[in-house]
Write a protein that binds this ligand. Structure first.
Ligand SMILES: Nc1nc2c(ncn2[C@@H]2O[C@H](COP(=O)(O)OP(=O)(O)OP(=O)(O)O)[C@@H](O)[C@H]2O)c(=O)[nH]1
Ligand SMILES: [Mg+2]
Length: 419
């Protein structure tokens, strides 16, 4: 079993758009014919794609930067730049993407093939032929390409186990998974042997198999972060069925029912609906205690010994049918990719100092991103665009006054209301 890494940071960046081109036809003796500068190609997007062949987020630890290809610049003779190649990043099923800084949950990829656009490529800049108009016969400007979107993500993998083995440290969780599946976790006679979850596939016959997760031991106070705390409870969240293991011969003598009560209390305190999950509680280490002693402890649930194998089969059978029922109940179409990222809309005016404002927004930034903003025709174009995007109204509302400095990207101008 490969090492299990269930959290990583990832920097994604869409490709930059190519710049539009400024170029004019050469028509015989006419030095400057009509404009024929091609558009820049769009940058490639970055996608996360759920793939069951990927089982951990390990690969991202060493290579946290992923970017798509840039679009090519436009050229003369109306040659458009080639579109940048998009990048598909394969992630395990059950990957949840968060914004690393805000912690906001952005998307969940729950089923094979689910795709989520993690970073959009920048749009290509328009070539000068696009700015031809009756007033503008020879536009000497073109748009710059837009930068690709960039962001830091935190990816988290929730185990997609069918059954989670829940129990105090040392009750025999790892021993059980080692006898019912091919998983070979470390087993030892001390608490907290298991520090990272192990997954194992249990096969009953060709059609019946389910995934069991052996997770680190749970102790009282885990829901407050004690022991290995929340980290573990998180792994329980996705399991359809809980198998609670109860030590029939614990070193500290905690009676079975009390163990069960503590486990349930911790699960419920972490997330109340964990108590709604189908569950099976089983007494372990039955080989070291006589049946009448078990009865005297007040335990009347199933018992087993992972060491001798006694009672293991019926337990596996019961788990299989609980899993089967839960899977059936689950079969209504999965919401699959849950995308929670709101699309940015319009432009926003921020006051950055006395008499100084900044306008932020994709369209306004694009309006001023020209290769040359010094020509009167380019300035006239910018004016027209900003007007159409409602910028004067936004500035008035924000309290801007004549002579104030307005910034959009790298571009700044003095505010002249009503012009
Ligand atoms: N006699 C007996 N001993 C068992 C049985 N199952 C496990 N043990 C022993 O109990 C000890 C702990 O077993 P593990 O499987 O490592 O327990 P665990 O629940 O995974 O423990 P943590 O990973 O620390 O939470 C080991 O010494 C095992 O050999 C059993 O059925 N009978
Ligand atoms: Mg263990």
């Amino acid at each position: 079993m490969s090492q299990f890494v269930d959290e990583c940071q990832l920097n994604v960046r869409g490709g930059d758009g190519g710049a539009g081109c400024v170029s004019f036809r050469r028509e015989g003796p006419v030095a400057m014919g009509g404009p024929n500068g091609g558009d820049g190609g769009a940058g490639g997007d970055v996608w996360l794609v759920a793939d069951h062949n990927v089982s951990s987020l390990l690969a991202f630890r060493d290579h946290p930067h992923r970017r798509a290809t840039n679009g090519a610049h436009g050229k003369g003779k109306d040659l458009h730049g080639r579109t940048g190649e998009s990048l598909d990043i394969r992630v395990p099923i059950g990957t949840v993407a968060y914004d690393m800084y805000s912690g906001e949950r952005l998307a969940e990829l729950n089923a094979q093939g689910d795709r989520w656009q993690a970073a959009a490529g920048g749009r290509g800049g328009r070539g000068n032929h696009r700015f031809l108009s009756n007033q503008r016969r020879a536009p000497k400007f073109a748009e710059q390409g837009e930068h690709g979107e960039e962001r830091w993500l935190k990816l988290e993998l929730k185990l997609m186990a069918d059954v989670a083995l829940v129990g105090f440290p040392n009750v025999g969780k790892s021993t059980l998974i080692s006898v019912i599946s091919a998983a070979k976790p470390k087993i030892a006679n001390y608490p907290f042997t298991t520090l990272e979850p192990n997954l194992g596939v249990v096969s009953l016959d060709d059609d019946t198999n389910f995934v069991v997760a052996d997770i680190p031991g749970l102790i009282e106070g885990a829901s407050d972060g004690k022991g290995l705390g929340h980290q573990f409870l998180r792994h329980v969240e996705r399991a359809r069925v809980l198998c609670l293991l109860i030590d029939l011969a614990p070193v500290d003598g905690t009676p079975p029912q009390e163990q069960l009560d503590v486990l349930l209390r911790e699960l419920g305190a972490y997330q109340p609906d964990l108590l709604e999950r189908p569950r099976l509680a089983v007494g372990t280490k039955a080989d070291v205690i006589r049946p009448e002693e078990v009865a005297a402890l007040g335990w009347d649930g199933p018992v087993m010994s992972a060491v001798t194998g006694d009672g293991v089969r019926p337990v596996v059978g019961q788990l299989a049918s609980l899993v089967d029922e839960a899977r059936r109940a689950d079969e209504q179409p999965d919401p699959s990719v849950i995308v929670l990222r709101p699309e940015p809309v319009g432009a926003v005016v921020e006051r950055i100092a006395d008499g100084e404002y900044r306008i932020v927004g994709r369209d306004v930034e694009r309006a001023v991103a020209l290769n040359d903003v010094t020509t009167p025709e380019a300035l006239a174009y910018i004016d027209q665009r900003l007007e159409r995007l409602g910028v004067p109204r936004l500035l008035t509302r924000a309290g801007a006054e004549e002579g104030d400095v307005i910034w959009i990207g790298e571009f700044s101008f003095d505010y002249q209301p009503g012009t």
